[in-house]
Design a protein around this ligand. Structure first.
Ligand code: NDP
Length: 331
């Protein structure tokens, strides 16, 4: 059976992708073979393509990147109970290998999809939606009336965080780089938006919070914003430093966290929050619930054939995308 994939033989620029045959193999015990309908693109994939350090292990070269996909189960290995042939499933987890038409995946990492969510929508919301779930409900549990700061508010994570935080009753303050992105963030729940490419966001946060600061900042930019994000926190506030699109932030001075008001800083990652299958299934149920109620609309704004993944990586790194981006493996 032919199986094409976007393979990389070296780490580097988006030019490293090659559209090639890639062996898929049979599912072993506890594994399933999935025919992808759509594949999710995540900023994390660009860290891995470049070879930046990241907590999710990357296999040796040559390799197929990608940790999010949705499709149909074509075969199951021995002992699989989580799904059956013909089921539609989605996942957001290592092992890498999603940038392919078909792949083998551990069944325990899969979630069955409701009929109401297409493969494209699932590939646009599974990883980012599960991440939003743990950030808003577990890393810090957002309460009605909380002012929360969401960086890159028009991005894939940003549009989901804004909508979901708003649904929980938060006052959402977003940051974005352009006027167009500001409008988009506002249309998805942001009450206030700072355009941080030309203005400091701390004064806006202080104005909205009567000088108190936020109980939580969802920080995904890293180096460029980290210290100013700390400036936005009230005493006992949480800095959820869940990504670093501009590069890793400088080391944290723990003594300074005390002086600033007993602050909490964490670097939360999806793989740790979803390690236990019961946590994964519960988070997915909550995610599908907010999607089916209409509280969170799925924001797939960019669709490309998988074979054009190099252009997709360029677009996301050059900040040209908004919302989620999916790849179509058979287009
Ligand atoms: P996005 O669609 O949000 O793209 C990244 C955005 O970051 C850009 O659109 C841009 O928005 C902003 N940005 C700011 N500075 C830079 C820069 N120097 N270079 C590039 N972009 C920059 O991507 P995702 O939704 O896929 O991911 C968002 C973040 O969430 C990433 O940092 C990612 O690593 C993290 N993440 C972490 C997870 C975890 O488990 N910890 C899971 C999922 C995502 P603007 O132009 O408005 O500034």
């Amino acid at each position: 059976m032919s199986n094409k994939a976007a393979v990389i033989h070296e780490k580097g620029t988006p030019d490293v992708f090659r559209w090639e045959e890639w062996p898929v193999g049979e599912p072993g015990p506890g594994e399933v073979l999935i025919r992808h309908g759509a594949i999710g693109v995540n900023y994390i994939d660009t860290y891995n393509r470049r070879g930046m350090p990241h907590p999710w292990p990357v296999p040796p070269l040559p390799l197929v990147l990608g940790i999010e996909g949705a499709g149909t189960v074509e075969a199951v290995g021995e002992g699989v109970t989580e799904c059956a042939v013909g089921d539609r499933v989605t996942y957001a987890s290592p092992p890498h290998g999603a940038y392919a038409q078909r792949r083998v995946m551990p069944a325990k990492r899969l979630v069955r999809l409701p009929d109401s969510i297409s493969d494209e929508d699932a590939a646009g919301i599974t990883l980012k939606g599960l991440t939003a779930q743990f950030l808003l409900r577990r890393t810090y549990r957002v309460q009605p009336g909380d002012p929360v700061l969401v960086h890159a508010a028009a991005g894939g994570m940003g549009l989901i965080l804004c909508q979901w935080a708003k649904h929980l009753g938060a006052t959402v303050i977003g940051t974005v780089s352009t006027d167009e992105k500001a409008e988009l963030a506002k249309a998805h729940g942001a009450d206030h938006v700072a355009i941080y490419s030309r203005e400091d966001f701390v004064p806006l946060v202080m104005e909205v919070t009567d000088g108190k600061g936020c109980p939580v900042v969802y920080e995904s930019i890293g180096k460029d914003t980290f210290t100013r994000s700390l400036d936005c926190l009230r005493p006992l506030g949480f800095l959820a430093c869940y990504g670093h699109a501009s590069g890793a932030p400088d080391p944290v001075d723990v003594v300074e966290l005390g002086a600033r008001g007993s602050l909490f800083v964490t670097r939360p990652a999806l793989m740790h929050y979803m390690e236990e299958r019961e946590d994964l299934v519960a988070a997915a149920q909550e995610l599908f619930g907010v999607v089916s109620s209409g509280a969170v609309t799925i924001t797939v704004r960019n669709r490309y054939p998988l074979r054009e993944v190099a252009e997709v990586h360029r677009a996301i790194e050059e900040r040209r995308t908004t919302g989620s981006t999916v790849l179509l493996p058979f287009a």
